[in-house]
Ligand binder design. Structure first.
Ligand SMILES: Cc1cc2nc3c(=O)[nH]c(=O)nc-3n(C[C@H](O)[C@H](O)[C@H](O)COP(=O)(O)O)c2cc1C
Length: 194
């Protein structure tokens, strides 16, 4: 039986991004478990800002189709989002919006895999408000199954050790627990386990 494929990416491509650190740590933890983690960067999926006229004239960008295919081939997806003005960063929302416009292709990028959410912020709320907006977009907007369990990293500027792990042992344990549930639910959803 194959291992569940878990796609992981961050909603930031900034050098030194905290959400990229969270995504990398999630992928590292997943690699220690029974699954096939695939760490993506939205830097490899450049897309213009969504515009209906652009879509009508040129269609959906190739990068949106490629991202959509990555999601459709996944059994589980972990997205680590930053928080901008109490909401989602445009990079992430734009990528999701474009991917949602792709017609056809094998599988279903949003109703296929099970999704889990992570957020981080240098502030005290750990990107909580962005995580809620991501949950709303995925669950209400796109009909995704989103795990109730999520990871939030507050004080992100000082939260990661040199090793990439979270300095706070309980936070690290929480991340592991969410990844473990994600694998379990991804395997169930993909019919990999009875
Ligand atoms: C336009 C903008 C708005 C921001 N708004 C918030 C906010 O509402 N809450 C918050 O905790 N941090 C906010 N920040 C700070 C980000 O959390 C911080 O820049 C973070 O490092 C971005 O994520 P990254 O490290 O993954 O790139 C904002 C940053 C920018 C650029």
């Amino acid at each position: 039986m194959r291992a569940p494929r878990i796609v992981v990416f961050a909603g930031s491509i900034r050098t030194g991004s905290f959400s990229a650190s969270l995504a990398a740590l999630a992928a590292k933890e997943l690699a220690l478990m029974e699954c096939e983690p695939v760490l993506l960067s939205l830097a490899d999926y450049p897309m213009p800002i969504y515009d209906g006229d652009l879509e009508a004239a040129q269609g959906v960008p190739a990068a949106a189709k490629q991202l959509r295919d990555q999601l459709a081939q996944a059994d589980g997806v972990f997205i680590a989002t930053p928080e901008y003005n109490a909401g989602l960063p445009p990079l992430l929302k734009n990528a999701i919006d474009w991917a949602s416009r792709v017609q056809g292709g094998e599988g279903d990028a949003f109703k296929g895999p099970v999704y889990a959410i992570g957020s981080s912020s240098p502030g005290g709320l750990g990107g909580y408000r962005a995580s809620m907006m991501l949950r709303q977009t995925l669950a209400l907007g796109l009909g995704c199954l989103v795990l109730a369990e999520q990871v939030m990293v507050a004080g992100a500027a000082g939260a990661f050790a040199e090793s990439g792990d979270l300095k706070d042992a309980r936070a690290q344990e929480r991340l592991r627990a969410v990844m473990s549930t994600l694998i379990e639910q991804a395997a169930l959803r993909a019919g990999l386990r009875a």
